[in-house]
Ligand binder design. Sequence first.
Ligand code: DHB
Ligand code: MG
Length: 213
Amino acid sequence: MIAEERAVSFVRSLISEEDALLTELAGEARACHVPIIRPETGELLKLLLLVKRPVNILEIGTAVGYSAIYMSRYMGRDGHITTIENYEPRIAKARENFSRSGLSERITLLAGDAEEILPSLSGPYDFIFMDGAKGQYLCFLDCLFRLLGPSGILVSDNVLQDGEILESHFTVPKRNRTIHDRMREYLYALKHYEGLETAVLTVGDGLAVSTKA
Ligand code: DHB
Ligand code: MG
Protein backbone atom coordinates (compact mmCIF):
# COMPACT_ATOMS: atom_id res chain seq x y z
CA MET A 1 0.00 0.00 0.00
CA ILE A 2 1.47 3.32 -1.05
CA ALA A 3 -0.79 5.76 0.79
CA GLU A 4 -1.10 5.56 4.56
CA GLU A 5 -3.13 2.47 5.49
CA ARG A 6 -5.58 4.32 7.76
CA ALA A 7 -6.30 6.84 5.04
CA VAL A 8 -6.88 4.10 2.47
CA SER A 9 -9.17 2.22 4.88
CA PHE A 10 -11.14 5.39 5.49
CA VAL A 11 -11.47 6.14 1.79
CA ARG A 12 -12.56 2.54 1.16
CA SER A 13 -15.17 2.79 3.91
CA LEU A 14 -16.87 5.48 1.81
CA ILE A 15 -17.13 3.25 -1.26
CA SER A 16 -20.10 0.95 -1.64
CA GLU A 17 -20.29 -1.51 -4.50
CA GLU A 18 -23.92 -2.25 -5.18
CA ASP A 19 -23.58 -4.48 -8.22
CA ALA A 20 -24.21 -8.06 -7.03
CA LEU A 21 -22.10 -9.72 -9.74
CA LEU A 22 -19.11 -7.41 -9.17
CA THR A 23 -19.37 -7.99 -5.40
CA GLU A 24 -19.41 -11.75 -5.98
CA LEU A 25 -16.48 -11.57 -8.41
CA ALA A 26 -14.44 -9.45 -5.99
CA GLY A 27 -14.98 -12.04 -3.23
CA GLU A 28 -14.07 -14.87 -5.57
CA ALA A 29 -10.95 -13.04 -6.76
CA ARG A 30 -9.86 -12.44 -3.17
CA ALA A 31 -10.33 -16.11 -2.29
CA CYS A 32 -8.42 -17.27 -5.38
CA HIS A 33 -5.69 -14.60 -5.16
CA VAL A 34 -6.58 -13.19 -8.56
CA PRO A 35 -5.63 -9.49 -8.64
CA ILE A 36 -8.44 -7.08 -9.49
CA ILE A 37 -8.41 -3.30 -9.51
CA ARG A 38 -8.31 -1.74 -6.04
CA PRO A 39 -11.48 0.05 -4.91
CA GLU A 40 -9.86 3.50 -5.04
CA THR A 41 -8.46 2.74 -8.50
CA GLY A 42 -11.99 1.84 -9.56
CA GLU A 43 -13.25 5.17 -8.22
CA LEU A 44 -10.82 7.16 -10.34
CA LEU A 45 -11.48 5.02 -13.42
CA LYS A 46 -15.20 5.59 -12.93
CA LEU A 47 -14.77 9.36 -12.80
CA LEU A 48 -12.52 9.47 -15.87
CA LEU A 49 -14.98 7.29 -17.79
CA LEU A 50 -17.98 9.39 -16.76
CA VAL A 51 -16.21 12.58 -17.88
CA LYS A 52 -15.00 11.01 -21.13
CA ARG A 53 -17.89 8.62 -21.91
CA PRO A 54 -15.66 6.63 -24.27
CA VAL A 55 -17.20 4.57 -27.03
CA ASN A 56 -14.15 2.47 -27.84
CA ILE A 57 -12.20 1.10 -24.90
CA LEU A 58 -9.10 -1.09 -25.09
CA GLU A 59 -7.87 -3.06 -22.09
CA ILE A 60 -4.60 -4.98 -21.90
CA GLY A 61 -4.92 -7.65 -19.20
CA THR A 62 -8.48 -8.94 -18.79
CA ALA A 63 -7.73 -11.28 -15.88
CA VAL A 64 -11.19 -12.60 -14.90
CA GLY A 65 -13.00 -9.65 -16.48
CA TYR A 66 -13.75 -7.67 -13.32
CA SER A 67 -12.38 -4.35 -14.60
CA ALA A 68 -14.00 -4.73 -18.03
CA ILE A 69 -17.40 -5.37 -16.46
CA TYR A 70 -16.79 -2.46 -14.07
CA MET A 71 -15.76 -0.08 -16.88
CA SER A 72 -18.68 -1.11 -19.09
CA ARG A 73 -21.07 0.54 -16.64
CA TYR A 74 -19.55 3.96 -17.24
CA MET A 75 -18.71 3.92 -20.93
CA GLY A 76 -20.68 5.86 -23.49
CA ARG A 77 -23.87 4.69 -25.15
CA ASP A 78 -23.02 2.05 -27.75
CA GLY A 79 -19.69 1.68 -25.99
CA HIS A 80 -17.52 -1.34 -26.73
CA ILE A 81 -14.58 -2.86 -24.89
CA THR A 82 -11.81 -4.85 -26.55
CA THR A 83 -9.79 -6.69 -23.93
CA ILE A 84 -6.68 -8.85 -24.31
CA GLU A 85 -5.65 -11.80 -22.10
CA ASN A 86 -3.05 -14.49 -22.61
CA TYR A 87 -3.52 -16.79 -19.62
CA GLU A 88 -5.87 -19.63 -20.58
CA PRO A 89 -7.56 -20.33 -17.20
CA ARG A 90 -8.33 -16.61 -16.82
CA ILE A 91 -9.67 -16.39 -20.39
CA ALA A 92 -12.22 -19.14 -19.71
CA LYS A 93 -13.27 -17.52 -16.44
CA ALA A 94 -13.54 -14.06 -18.05
CA ARG A 95 -15.74 -15.43 -20.88
CA GLU A 96 -17.98 -17.04 -18.28
CA ASN A 97 -18.20 -13.77 -16.33
CA PHE A 98 -18.97 -11.71 -19.46
CA SER A 99 -21.71 -14.12 -20.35
CA ARG A 100 -23.14 -13.97 -16.81
CA SER A 101 -23.08 -10.16 -16.90
CA GLY A 102 -25.02 -10.13 -20.19
CA LEU A 103 -22.20 -8.11 -21.75
CA SER A 104 -20.86 -10.60 -24.29
CA GLU A 105 -22.04 -8.35 -27.15
CA ARG A 106 -20.28 -5.28 -25.75
CA ILE A 107 -17.00 -6.87 -24.75
CA THR A 108 -14.66 -8.61 -27.20
CA LEU A 109 -12.03 -10.78 -25.56
CA LEU A 110 -8.95 -11.32 -27.73
CA ALA A 111 -7.05 -14.37 -26.50
CA GLY A 112 -3.31 -14.18 -27.01
CA ASP A 113 -0.13 -12.21 -26.45
CA ALA A 114 -0.71 -8.44 -26.47
CA GLU A 115 2.67 -8.01 -28.15
CA GLU A 116 1.31 -9.86 -31.19
CA ILE A 117 -2.27 -8.62 -31.04
CA LEU A 118 -1.68 -4.87 -30.55
CA PRO A 119 0.04 -4.29 -33.93
CA SER A 120 -2.97 -5.90 -35.67
CA LEU A 121 -5.48 -3.48 -34.13
CA SER A 122 -6.41 -0.27 -35.90
CA GLY A 123 -8.32 1.72 -33.27
CA PRO A 124 -8.69 4.53 -32.58
CA TYR A 125 -9.60 3.97 -28.94
CA ASP A 126 -10.71 6.87 -26.82
CA PHE A 127 -9.81 5.11 -23.58
CA ILE A 128 -7.08 2.54 -22.93
CA PHE A 129 -6.53 0.67 -19.66
CA MET A 130 -3.05 -0.82 -19.49
CA ASP A 131 -3.05 -3.59 -16.88
CA GLY A 132 -1.13 -6.46 -18.50
CA ALA A 133 2.30 -7.95 -17.82
CA LYS A 134 4.12 -5.34 -15.75
CA GLY A 135 7.48 -5.80 -17.45
CA GLN A 136 5.96 -5.20 -20.89
CA TYR A 137 4.37 -1.76 -20.53
CA LEU A 138 7.24 0.05 -22.20
CA CYS A 139 7.23 -2.34 -25.18
CA PHE A 140 3.55 -1.55 -25.77
CA LEU A 141 3.79 2.22 -25.48
CA ASP A 142 4.44 3.16 -29.14
CA CYS A 143 1.64 0.86 -30.24
CA LEU A 144 -0.76 2.31 -27.69
CA PHE A 145 0.11 5.86 -28.70
CA ARG A 146 -0.75 4.95 -32.30
CA LEU A 147 -4.05 3.39 -31.18
CA LEU A 148 -5.07 6.28 -28.92
CA GLY A 149 -7.47 8.76 -30.50
CA PRO A 150 -7.15 12.57 -30.19
CA SER A 151 -7.72 13.59 -26.55
CA GLY A 152 -7.81 9.89 -25.72
CA ILE A 153 -6.98 8.74 -22.21
CA LEU A 154 -4.43 6.08 -21.31
CA VAL A 155 -4.56 4.78 -17.73
CA SER A 156 -1.69 2.53 -16.63
CA ASP A 157 -2.17 0.45 -13.47
CA ASN A 158 0.37 -0.75 -10.90
CA VAL A 159 3.05 1.73 -11.92
CA LEU A 160 4.45 2.14 -8.39
CA GLN A 161 4.47 -1.59 -7.55
CA ASP A 162 3.40 -1.14 -3.93
CA GLY A 163 6.09 1.48 -3.53
CA GLU A 164 8.86 -0.98 -4.32
CA ILE A 165 10.07 0.91 -7.37
CA LEU A 166 11.16 3.66 -4.99
CA GLU A 167 13.47 1.32 -3.08
CA SER A 168 17.14 0.85 -3.65
CA HIS A 169 17.88 -1.59 -6.44
CA PHE A 170 19.63 -3.83 -3.91
CA THR A 171 16.87 -4.06 -1.30
CA VAL A 172 14.42 -5.51 -3.82
CA PRO A 173 14.42 -9.28 -4.48
CA LYS A 174 16.28 -9.98 -7.69
CA ARG A 175 13.26 -11.40 -9.53
CA ASN A 176 11.40 -8.12 -9.03
CA ARG A 177 14.28 -5.86 -10.01
CA THR A 178 13.77 -6.22 -13.74
CA ILE A 179 10.09 -5.37 -13.48
CA HIS A 180 10.82 -2.37 -11.29
CA ASP A 181 13.61 -1.13 -13.55
CA ARG A 182 11.31 -1.47 -16.54
CA MET A 183 8.46 0.31 -14.74
CA ARG A 184 10.76 3.20 -13.88
CA GLU A 185 11.79 3.39 -17.53
CA TYR A 186 8.13 3.30 -18.50
CA LEU A 187 7.27 6.21 -16.21
CA TYR A 188 10.22 8.20 -17.55
CA ALA A 189 9.14 7.44 -21.12
CA LEU A 190 5.54 8.44 -20.39
CA LYS A 191 6.60 11.73 -18.80
CA HIS A 192 8.81 12.58 -21.79
CA TYR A 193 6.65 11.21 -24.59
CA GLU A 194 6.09 13.72 -27.38
CA GLY A 195 2.32 14.13 -27.73
CA LEU A 196 1.38 12.75 -24.30
CA GLU A 197 0.70 14.57 -21.04
CA THR A 198 0.91 12.32 -17.99
CA ALA A 199 0.14 12.60 -14.29
CA VAL A 200 1.60 9.86 -12.08
CA LEU A 201 -0.67 9.36 -9.08
CA THR A 202 -0.23 7.46 -5.81
CA VAL A 203 -3.77 6.12 -6.06
CA GLY A 204 -4.14 2.37 -5.45
CA ASP A 205 -0.95 0.67 -6.60
CA GLY A 206 0.15 3.76 -8.52
CA LEU A 207 -1.76 4.98 -11.53
CA ALA A 208 -0.43 6.93 -14.51
CA VAL A 209 -3.10 8.93 -16.30
CA SER A 210 -2.06 10.18 -19.73
CA THR A 211 -3.80 12.03 -22.50
CA LYS A 212 -2.93 12.55 -26.12
CA ALA A 213 -2.57 16.31 -26.12
C1 DHB B 1 -1.31 -7.39 -9.02
C2 DHB B 1 -2.16 -6.29 -9.01
C3 DHB B 1 -2.66 -5.80 -10.18
O1 DHB B 1 -3.48 -4.70 -10.23
C4 DHB B 1 -2.32 -6.38 -11.38
O2 DHB B 1 -2.80 -5.84 -12.51
C5 DHB B 1 -1.48 -7.48 -11.41
C6 DHB B 1 -0.98 -7.98 -10.22
C7 DHB B 1 -0.80 -7.94 -7.77
O3 DHB B 1 -1.07 -7.35 -6.71
O4 DHB B 1 -0.10 -8.95 -7.81
MG1 MG C 1 -3.66 -3.94 -12.15
